[in-house]
Design a protein around this ligand. Structure first.
Ligand code: PEP
Ligand code: MN
Length: 263
Protein backbone atom coordinates (compact mmCIF):
# COMPACT_ATOMS: atom_id res chain seq x y z
CA UNK A 1 0.00 0.00 0.00
CA UNK A 2 2.92 2.37 0.63
CA UNK A 3 4.65 1.40 -2.64
CA UNK A 4 4.76 4.02 -5.40
CA UNK A 5 4.48 1.24 -8.02
CA UNK A 6 0.89 0.47 -7.11
CA UNK A 7 -0.14 4.05 -6.31
CA UNK A 8 1.63 6.54 -8.59
CA UNK A 9 -0.06 9.73 -7.30
CA UNK A 10 1.31 11.50 -4.20
CA UNK A 11 -0.73 11.04 -1.05
CA UNK A 12 -1.92 14.36 0.40
CA UNK A 13 -2.63 14.30 4.14
CA UNK A 14 -5.12 16.96 5.28
CA UNK A 15 -5.32 18.14 8.88
CA UNK A 16 -7.70 21.02 9.47
CA UNK A 17 -6.66 23.66 6.95
CA UNK A 18 -3.17 22.20 6.58
CA UNK A 19 -2.12 19.89 3.76
CA UNK A 20 1.08 17.84 3.60
CA UNK A 21 2.25 16.17 0.39
CA UNK A 22 1.56 16.50 -3.32
CA UNK A 23 3.29 19.87 -3.54
CA UNK A 24 1.74 21.24 -0.32
CA UNK A 25 4.28 22.35 2.28
CA UNK A 26 3.48 22.68 6.00
CA UNK A 27 5.52 23.40 9.09
CA UNK A 28 4.88 21.80 12.49
CA UNK A 29 6.45 23.71 15.41
CA UNK A 30 6.43 23.77 19.17
CA UNK A 31 8.35 22.64 22.22
CA UNK A 32 9.85 19.21 22.73
CA UNK A 33 7.60 18.81 25.78
CA UNK A 34 4.53 20.54 27.12
CA UNK A 35 5.66 22.08 30.44
CA UNK A 36 2.92 24.49 31.52
CA UNK A 37 -0.14 26.35 30.29
CA UNK A 38 1.83 29.59 29.91
CA UNK A 39 4.61 27.87 27.97
CA UNK A 40 2.50 25.95 25.44
CA UNK A 41 0.01 28.77 24.84
CA UNK A 42 2.76 31.38 24.39
CA UNK A 43 4.74 29.17 21.98
CA UNK A 44 1.56 28.27 20.08
CA UNK A 45 0.70 31.96 19.51
CA UNK A 46 4.28 32.72 18.46
CA UNK A 47 4.68 29.87 15.96
CA UNK A 48 1.27 30.56 14.49
CA UNK A 49 2.20 34.21 13.90
CA UNK A 50 5.34 33.02 12.07
CA UNK A 51 3.34 30.73 9.79
CA UNK A 52 3.40 27.28 11.40
CA UNK A 53 0.34 25.23 10.40
CA UNK A 54 0.42 22.71 13.27
CA UNK A 55 1.54 22.71 16.91
CA UNK A 56 3.81 20.01 18.33
CA UNK A 57 4.45 19.19 21.99
CA UNK A 58 5.25 15.96 23.81
CA UNK A 59 3.05 14.86 26.72
CA UNK A 60 4.36 11.27 26.99
CA UNK A 61 8.11 11.41 26.41
CA UNK A 62 10.45 8.55 25.43
CA UNK A 63 13.48 9.48 27.58
CA UNK A 64 16.75 7.57 27.62
CA UNK A 65 16.96 7.76 31.43
CA UNK A 66 14.02 6.77 33.63
CA UNK A 67 15.09 9.59 35.98
CA UNK A 68 14.65 12.32 33.33
CA UNK A 69 11.40 14.31 32.99
CA UNK A 70 8.88 11.91 31.45
CA UNK A 71 6.37 14.51 30.25
CA UNK A 72 3.15 15.77 31.82
CA UNK A 73 1.09 12.83 30.56
CA UNK A 74 -2.67 13.25 30.14
CA UNK A 75 -2.61 16.75 31.67
CA UNK A 76 -0.17 17.71 28.89
CA UNK A 77 -2.80 16.64 26.34
CA UNK A 78 -5.33 18.91 28.10
CA UNK A 79 -2.94 21.86 27.73
CA UNK A 80 -2.37 21.05 24.05
CA UNK A 81 -6.14 21.06 23.52
CA UNK A 82 -6.34 24.43 25.24
CA UNK A 83 -3.60 25.81 22.96
CA UNK A 84 -5.52 24.42 19.95
CA UNK A 85 -8.68 26.13 21.20
CA UNK A 86 -6.83 29.46 21.48
CA UNK A 87 -4.95 29.36 18.17
CA UNK A 88 -6.87 26.97 15.92
CA UNK A 89 -3.65 25.03 15.28
CA UNK A 90 -4.12 21.24 15.07
CA UNK A 91 -1.97 19.35 17.60
CA UNK A 92 0.72 16.72 17.01
CA UNK A 93 1.92 14.57 19.91
CA UNK A 94 3.61 11.22 20.51
CA UNK A 95 1.90 7.99 21.52
CA UNK A 96 4.03 5.33 23.23
CA UNK A 97 1.46 2.83 24.47
CA UNK A 98 -1.22 1.04 22.39
CA UNK A 99 -3.54 1.27 25.45
CA UNK A 100 -3.63 5.06 24.90
CA UNK A 101 -5.19 4.77 21.44
CA UNK A 102 -8.73 5.75 22.52
CA UNK A 103 -7.49 8.81 24.41
CA UNK A 104 -5.38 9.96 21.44
CA UNK A 105 -8.23 9.26 19.01
CA UNK A 106 -10.45 11.63 21.01
CA UNK A 107 -7.99 14.41 21.74
CA UNK A 108 -5.17 14.57 19.18
CA UNK A 109 -5.12 15.65 15.49
CA UNK A 110 -1.90 13.93 14.33
CA UNK A 111 -0.50 10.96 16.25
CA UNK A 112 3.29 10.75 16.31
CA UNK A 113 5.10 7.42 16.51
CA UNK A 114 8.62 8.21 17.70
CA UNK A 115 11.91 6.95 16.32
CA UNK A 116 12.34 4.51 19.21
CA UNK A 117 8.98 2.90 18.46
CA UNK A 118 9.28 2.69 14.67
CA UNK A 119 9.35 -1.09 14.89
CA UNK A 120 6.97 -1.50 17.82
CA UNK A 121 4.67 -3.59 15.67
CA UNK A 122 1.81 -3.86 18.17
CA UNK A 123 1.76 -0.06 18.48
CA UNK A 124 1.85 0.29 14.67
CA UNK A 125 -1.12 -2.07 14.28
CA UNK A 126 -3.08 -0.17 16.93
CA UNK A 127 -2.51 3.28 15.36
CA UNK A 128 -3.41 1.66 12.04
CA UNK A 129 -6.96 1.31 13.39
CA UNK A 130 -7.19 5.01 14.25
CA UNK A 131 -8.86 7.63 12.05
CA UNK A 132 -6.16 10.26 12.71
CA UNK A 133 -3.09 10.81 10.48
CA UNK A 134 0.09 9.16 11.79
CA UNK A 135 3.48 10.88 11.79
CA UNK A 136 5.97 7.99 11.58
CA UNK A 137 9.52 8.95 12.50
CA UNK A 138 12.43 6.97 11.11
CA UNK A 139 14.19 4.73 13.63
CA UNK A 140 17.68 5.68 14.76
CA UNK A 141 19.29 2.90 12.69
CA UNK A 142 16.63 1.79 10.23
CA UNK A 143 16.79 1.46 6.47
CA UNK A 144 14.30 3.04 4.05
CA UNK A 145 12.87 -0.41 3.38
CA UNK A 146 12.30 -1.12 7.10
CA UNK A 147 10.74 2.34 7.55
CA UNK A 148 8.35 1.84 4.64
CA UNK A 149 7.42 -1.61 5.97
CA UNK A 150 6.50 0.04 9.27
CA UNK A 151 4.23 2.42 7.34
CA UNK A 152 2.82 -0.69 5.69
CA UNK A 153 1.90 -2.11 9.14
CA UNK A 154 -0.18 1.02 9.80
CA UNK A 155 -1.74 1.09 6.34
CA UNK A 156 -2.55 -2.62 6.33
CA UNK A 157 -4.92 -1.98 9.27
CA UNK A 158 -6.81 0.61 7.20
CA UNK A 159 -5.16 3.93 8.09
CA UNK A 160 -3.57 5.20 4.89
CA UNK A 161 -2.82 8.72 6.18
CA UNK A 162 0.83 8.26 7.06
CA UNK A 163 3.44 11.03 7.01
CA UNK A 164 7.07 9.89 7.14
CA UNK A 165 9.63 11.94 9.09
CA UNK A 166 13.40 11.83 8.62
CA UNK A 167 14.99 12.90 11.93
CA UNK A 168 18.62 11.90 11.50
CA UNK A 169 20.25 8.52 11.95
CA UNK A 170 23.08 7.22 14.11
CA UNK A 171 26.49 7.27 12.40
CA UNK A 172 30.16 7.31 13.50
CA UNK A 173 29.95 11.10 13.81
CA UNK A 174 29.42 12.35 17.35
CA UNK A 175 29.62 16.12 16.76
CA UNK A 176 25.96 16.25 15.81
CA UNK A 177 23.27 14.41 17.80
CA UNK A 178 22.41 12.41 14.66
CA UNK A 179 23.29 12.69 10.98
CA UNK A 180 20.53 14.14 8.82
CA UNK A 181 20.06 11.81 5.88
CA UNK A 182 19.06 14.21 3.10
CA UNK A 183 19.11 11.31 0.62
CA UNK A 184 16.04 9.93 2.37
CA UNK A 185 13.89 12.63 0.75
CA UNK A 186 14.43 11.77 -2.94
CA UNK A 187 14.78 8.06 -2.12
CA UNK A 188 11.46 7.86 -0.27
CA UNK A 189 9.76 9.88 -3.01
CA UNK A 190 10.99 7.33 -5.51
CA UNK A 191 9.89 4.34 -3.42
CA UNK A 192 6.63 5.64 -1.96
CA UNK A 193 3.76 8.07 -2.56
CA UNK A 194 3.64 9.02 1.12
CA UNK A 195 4.64 12.56 2.16
CA UNK A 196 8.02 12.99 3.85
CA UNK A 197 8.87 15.78 6.27
CA UNK A 198 12.16 16.52 8.04
CA UNK A 199 13.04 17.15 11.69
CA UNK A 200 16.31 19.12 11.66
CA UNK A 201 16.10 19.72 15.44
CA UNK A 202 16.68 16.11 16.52
CA UNK A 203 19.17 15.58 13.66
CA UNK A 204 21.37 18.53 14.65
CA UNK A 205 20.95 18.56 18.41
CA UNK A 206 22.16 22.19 18.32
CA UNK A 207 19.90 25.19 17.71
CA UNK A 208 22.30 27.01 15.38
CA UNK A 209 22.38 24.14 12.92
CA UNK A 210 18.58 23.84 12.59
CA UNK A 211 18.11 26.55 9.97
CA UNK A 212 20.78 25.35 7.47
CA UNK A 213 19.50 21.75 7.76
CA UNK A 214 15.92 22.95 7.28
CA UNK A 215 17.01 24.77 4.11
CA UNK A 216 18.75 21.61 2.83
CA UNK A 217 15.57 19.61 3.44
CA UNK A 218 13.41 22.10 1.55
CA UNK A 219 15.89 22.23 -1.34
CA UNK A 220 15.81 18.43 -1.53
CA UNK A 221 12.02 18.43 -1.86
CA UNK A 222 10.68 17.75 1.66
CA UNK A 223 6.91 18.16 2.09
CA UNK A 224 7.29 19.89 5.43
CA UNK A 225 9.34 20.44 8.56
CA UNK A 226 8.93 19.76 12.26
CA UNK A 227 10.89 22.20 14.40
CA UNK A 228 11.39 22.48 18.16
CA UNK A 229 10.63 26.00 19.47
CA UNK A 230 10.74 27.07 23.13
CA UNK A 231 10.10 30.46 24.73
CA UNK A 232 12.97 29.90 27.21
CA UNK A 233 15.37 27.28 25.76
CA UNK A 234 17.90 27.68 28.58
CA UNK A 235 15.34 26.40 31.09
CA UNK A 236 13.56 23.84 28.88
CA UNK A 237 12.87 20.50 30.59
CA UNK A 238 13.85 18.65 27.43
CA UNK A 239 16.01 19.40 24.36
CA UNK A 240 16.64 23.08 25.15
CA UNK A 241 20.01 23.05 23.37
CA UNK A 242 18.34 22.24 20.03
CA UNK A 243 15.28 24.48 20.50
CA UNK A 244 14.86 27.75 18.60
CA UNK A 245 13.56 30.87 20.29
CA UNK A 246 10.37 32.22 18.66
CA UNK A 247 12.55 34.98 17.12
CA UNK A 248 14.94 32.49 15.52
CA UNK A 249 11.99 30.41 14.32
CA UNK A 250 10.48 33.48 12.70
CA UNK A 251 13.78 34.08 10.88
CA UNK A 252 13.86 30.46 9.70
CA UNK A 253 10.29 30.71 8.42
CA UNK A 254 11.18 33.77 6.35
CA UNK A 255 14.06 31.93 4.68
CA UNK A 256 12.11 28.69 4.26
CA UNK A 257 9.08 30.31 2.61
CA UNK A 258 11.30 32.11 0.11
CA UNK A 259 12.96 28.81 -0.78
CA UNK A 260 9.67 26.87 -0.94
CA UNK A 261 8.53 29.29 -3.66
CA UNK A 262 11.66 28.45 -5.67
CA UNK A 263 11.56 24.64 -5.50
C1 PEP B 1 10.34 14.19 19.52
O1 PEP B 1 9.89 14.52 18.41
O2 PEP B 1 10.20 14.86 20.55
C2 PEP B 1 11.14 12.95 19.62
C3 PEP B 1 11.29 12.31 20.79
O3 PEP B 1 11.69 12.59 18.46
P1 PEP B 1 12.39 11.21 18.00
O4 PEP B 1 11.39 10.13 18.23
O5 PEP B 1 12.69 11.46 16.56
O6 PEP B 1 13.63 11.07 18.84
MN1 MN C 1 12.77 16.58 21.47
Amino acid sequence: KANRKFHPEDTVVSVGNAKIGGGNFSVIAGPCSVESEEQICAVAEDVKRSGAALLRGGAFKPRTSPYSFQGMGASGLDLLMEAREKTGLPIVTEIMDPRMADLFEREVDVVQVGARNMQNFELLKEVGKMSKPILLKRGLSNTYEEWIMSAEYIMSEGNENVILCERGVRTFETYTRNTLDVSAIPAIKQMSHLPIIVDPSHAAGMYWMVEPLAMAAVAAGADGLIIEVHNDPAHAKCDGQQSLTPEKFDHLMGKVSALVDLV
